[in-house]
Ligand binder design. Structure first.
Ligand code: MF3
Ligand code: CO
Length: 255
């Protein structure tokens, strides 16, 4: 079932999303060679709680940490640990923050120091792909419009689209209906309605789209070992567009 959120619920989700945004900003400041992914996890955990939120990945289906950190060939759901960040790493932070019982979900990918041009392009075009997908959102549009736009854009830039993991609705749960694939046919799928809240999250690979999972049962990696990038925002559908709930409040506003 796809729920339509009331204005009151959307206000709470904006708070959840703002804590998420601020946490990403905080993490960005600490992302330097030498810091461990565990240390980054702990910084985020403390920051979220001190801002009145809950790091809701922790314990979700048994997930053992407060945030996901995926490095280089890790696509998503990397588990923080003793790994020390190195110059040239492609690092994505992805996590959910809960406020007053409501969820938000957002991801960003960064290059630490310098990297080859094709890796820089991977990160740049994956972020652009998120906005290309979001630009299709408005009441009356179809879910397939989003995926079709992302997939077309990715292929135009020589990148492949991970298909096994998709965006999703969210509200009191992290994952609600509908699925929001990063591929598909325009004009197909469910119709978006005002007040639906969805997370759009392209995961694009420099090499092939094939993925595998590590023995930890969580970490998704590219099969060929080439790097992957991931960007995600939680948005609410409006009559003529969307509003980002996990962005900078000052810069947001209706699109
Ligand atoms: N953005 C991720 C997702 O939608 C957040 C996962 S939280 C985790 O899958 F606990 F599953 F890791
Ligand atoms: Co998500």
């Amino acid at each position: 079932m796809i729920s339509i959120k009331s204005d009151r619920e959307i206000e709470i989700m904006k708070q959840a999303g703002y804590i998420n945004y601020l946490t990403h900003e905080e993490l960005k400041k600490h992302l330097k060679p030498g810091i461990t992914t565990n240390e980054l996890n702990n910084i985020a955990d403390k920051f979220i709680r001190s801002h009145g939120g809950k790091p809701s990945c922790l314990g979700y289906e048994g997930y053992p940490k407060s945030i996901c950190i995926s490095v280089n060939d890790e696509v998503v759901h990397g588990i923080p640990g003793n790994y020390k960040i190195q110059n040239g790493d492609v690092v994505s932070f992805d996590f959910c923050t809960e406020y007053n019982g409501y969820q938000s979900d957002s991801a960003n990918t960064y290059i630490v120091g310098d990297a080859p041009d094709d890796v820089k392009d991977l990160v740049k075009y994956t972020e652009e792909a998120l906005y290309v997908g979001l630009s299709k959102i408005k009441a009356g549009a179809k879910i397939g419009d989003i995926g079709h736009a992302i997939e077309t854009f990715a292929h135009e830039h020589g990148l492949s689209v991970v298909e096994e993991l998709v965006g999703h609705g969210l509200g009191t749960d992290i994952h609600e209906d509908p699925d929001v694939p990063n591929y598909g046919k325009a004009g197909t799928g469910i119709t978006l309605k005002k007040g639906m809240v969805i997370a759009v999250e392209p995961m694009l690979n420099l090499g092939s789209k094939e993925i595998g999972i590590l023995d930890d049962g969580w970490t998704i990696v590219t099969e060929d070992g080439y790097p992957s990038a991931h960007f995600e925002h939680t948005v609410v559908v409006t009559d003529d567009g969307y509003e980002i709930l996990t962005g900078d409040k000052e810069k947001n506003g209706e699109k």
